[in-house]
Design a protein around this ligand. Structure first.
Ligand code: BES
Ligand code: MN
Ligand code: MN
Length: 485
C-alpha cells in the first residue's frame, strides 16, 4: 500500500489507522453484495434459542459464525456453556502499535425469537427475501435486524479491515451469545469463567436503533426488565359453571381482577414501592429529547394508532425511555377453543413484565408483585410464581473518550451528528458485562422503528446494513487512535 511518509504514526513504519480508513471503506463497499449474501446465509439458519426443537440449528449457527471469523484471522470457538454455545473470537490487531491500543470487545447475539405466527409472514422467515421497499432494498427474515444483521455489520467491518490492512488496528474480542432472547442463563457463569480472555477497555454493542434512516444514534439508556409468570389455582378440578358458578372462586375472574388493579386511573402502577428509585429526568435531558423532533404521528401511525396511552402527564418519549411500566404479555386459562363451553377452570395464568428505569431494584419489584397478588387472593385460591429474569436499567455516561470517538466515526460515515437517545428495550448483558468484567458498553445500533423486531416480516434495510458496516469500520479507526485508558 502506498502511504506518504508524513502520514505514518510516529513510532513505526505502519500507517496510522485514520490513513488506512479510506481503503477499508472502499473494501467494504466493493464487497457489499457478498456481505449481503453472507448475511442471508446466516439468516437461513433457524437459531431459535428458546425452543429445544432448534438446538441443533442453534449450534450450527454458532459454528457458521466461528468459521467466518477464522477466515478473518481470528482465533475463534463455539465455547461450551450450560446452555447454547458462546461464540468467542480474538484478534491481537496488526502492526507493532496494536498491543498498546484500546482493547475492543464486541457483544451481540446470534439467536433469534421464534417466528410465529407463521401465517402472517409474506415469505418464509428462514428464507431471507431481498425486497424492494420505499427506502431501497431490504432483507426480510427472522433475525434480520435483531441481531444477525447488526452482528454482520461488525463482522463485515472486520472483514474490510482484514482485506485492506491485514486485520483490525487494535486488539479485538467478540462475544456473540446464543441465549439473549431466552434468558441468558449461561452468560454470567461464562463471564466469570472467561474473565481474562474477555478483558477489554470498552464494549461495543450493536443491538439497538438509529434515530431515522439518515440519522445515526448512540443509545445511553436501556430499561431493565422483571418478568414473572403467575398461576392462580382454585378448585381442584374444572367445574360446570352452572352447578358451581357464583358459589366458588373462579381463578380466571380472580386473576383478571388482580391484574386490573395493577394500574390506577392515571395509568400509574399501584404496587407499593414500585416508584422507589425512579429519578425524574434531568431538565437538560428533557430539553434535549424535546429538541429531537420526535414524530409521534408516524410512530403511532405505523401501528395503526393515532393516540398514545400511558402514564398521565408524560410524553411518548418519556413514557418509553424514562418511565417504568407493567404489561401483561400473555394470559390464559379456561376454555380457549372454538365455540362455547360452560366451565370454571381450576387455574389461570398470566405472564407479566415490568420495564424498569433508574435505580429501581429488580428483586424488590419481583417480590412486591408476588405480595401484591397474594394479598388479593380470596380464600380457597393460591398463587404460584415462576420468575423469568430480573435486570436493572442501564445508563451510559453521555461523554467519554470512547463515546466521543464513536460520534466522530458516525459523523464521518453519515455526514451528520449522531443523536443521544434512549430506548424502551432491554439488553441484560450490558449490566452483566459492567458488573463482572468491569467494562462499560457503548450502544451503537442500526435498526429502525418499523423493522418489525420480534414480529412477522422482520426486516433490515440494506441502507442500514451498509451504514452499519461502514460505521463499525470507521469507529474502529477512531478507537485505535485513542490512548488506552
Ligand atoms: N435487541 C433487543 C433489545 C432492543 C429492542 C433494543 C428494541 C432497542 C430497541 C433485544 O434482543 C431484546 O429483545 N431484549 C428483550 C429482553 C430479553 C431479556 C428477552 C426485550 O427488550 O424484551
Ligand atoms: Mn437483540
Ligand atoms: Mn430481541
Amino acid at each position: 500500500m502506498q502511504q506518504p511518509v508524513d502520514t505514518r504514526s510516529p513510532h513505526s513504519s505502519h500507517p496510522a489507522p485514520a490513513q488506512v480508513l479510506p481503503a477499508v471503506l472502499a473494501a467494504a463497499d466493493r464487497g457489499f453484495d457478498r456481505s449481503t449474501e453472507r448475511l442471508c446465509d446466516f439468516l437461513r439458519i433457524p437459531s431459535v434459542s428458546t425452543d429445544p426443537a432448534f438446538d441443533h440449528e442453534t449450534r450450527r449457527c454458532a459454528e457458521w459464525l466461528v468459521a467466518e471469523l477464522r477466515e478473518l484471522g481470528f482465533t475463534a470457538e463455539a465455547a461450551k456453556t450450560i446452555g447454547h454455545p458462546m461464540v468467542v473470537a480474538h484478534h491481537p490487531g496488526v502492526g507493532p502499535d496494536a498491543a498498546r491500543r484500546p482493547r475492543i470487545l464486541y457483544y451481540g447475539h446470534y439467536d433469534v425469537q421464534p417466528a410465529d405466527p407463521l401465517e402472517l409472514w409474506t415469505s418464509p422467515p428462514f428464507e431471507p427475501a431481498l425486497v424492494e421497499g420505499p427506502r431501497g432494498r431490504r432483507v426480510v427474515a427472522r433475525g434480520a435486524v435483531d441481531d444477525k444483521g447488526q452482528v454482520m455489520g461488525i463482522v463485515e467491518a472486520l472483514r474490510a479491515w482484514h482485506e485492506a490492512a491485514g486485520g483490525p488496528p487494535c486488539p479485538v474480542t467478540l462475544m456473540i451469545e446464543g441465549e439473549e432472547e431466552s434468558g441468558s442463563k449461561s452468560l454470567e457463569p461464562f463471564l466469570h469463567e472467561a474473565r481474562e480472555r474477555l478483558a477489554a477497555d470498552v464494549c461495543v454493542v450493536s443491538d439497538t436503533g438509529m434515530w431515522d434512516i439518515e440519522t445515526p444514534a448512540i443509545t445511553t439508556r436501556l430499561r431493565g426488565l422483571v418478568y414473572s409468570e403467575v398461576t392462580v389455582h382454585g378448585p381442584t378440578r374444572d367445574l360446570h359453571s352452572g352447578m358451581y358458578g357464583g358459589a366458588v372462586p373462579n381463578p380466571v375472574n380472580v386473576l383478571a381482577k388482580i391484574l386490573a388493579e395493577l394500574h390506577d386511573g392515571d395509568r400509574r402502577v399501584t404496587i407499593p414501592g414500585f416508584y422507589d428509585g425512579v429519578a425524574e429526568l434531568p431538565p437538560a435531558t428533557k430539553a434535549q429529547w424535546e429538541s429531537l423532533g420526535f414524530d409521534e404521528g408516524e410512530f403511532l401511525g405505523d401501528i395503526g394508532l393515532s393516540q398514545g396511552y400511558g402514564e398521565r402527564g408524560r410524553s411518548t418519549l418519556e413514557r418509553t425511555w424514562s418511565r417504568p411500566t407493567c404489561d401483561v404479555n400473555g394470559i390464559f386459562g379456561g376454555y380457549t377453543g372454538k365455540g362455547a363451553k360452560t366451565v370454571i377452570a381450576a387455574h389461570a395464568t398470566a405472564k407479566v413484565s415490568f420495564r424498569l428505569v433508574s435505580r429501581q431494584d429488580p428483586e424488590r419489584i419481583a417480590a412486591a408483585f408476588e405480595a401484591f397478588v397474594r394479598e388479593r387472593l380470596p380464600a380457597g385460591c393460591r398463587a404460584e410464581f415462576e420468575r423469568h429474569g430480573a435486570n436493572a436499567a442501564i445508563e451510559v455516561r453521555e461523554s467519554s473518550g470512547y463515546l466521543n470517538a464513536a460520534e466522530r466515526g458516525l459523523r464521518a460515515v453519515f455526514g451528520r451528528d449522531p443523536l443521544l437517545i434512549g430506548t424502551g428495550g432491554s439488553i441484560p448483558a450490558v449490566g452483566s458485562i459492567a458488573r463482572i468484567l468491569g467494562v462499560d458498553s457503548l450502544l451503537v445500533g442500526f435498526g429502525l422503528d418499523d423493522d418489525c423486531v420480534h414480529s412477522p416480516n422482520e426486516k433490515f434495510e440494506l441502507a442500514c446494513y451498509r451504514h452499519a458496516i461502514r460505521s463499525h469500520a470507521a469507529m474502529l479507526a477512531e478507537f485505535a487512535a485513542l490512548e488506552r485508558a
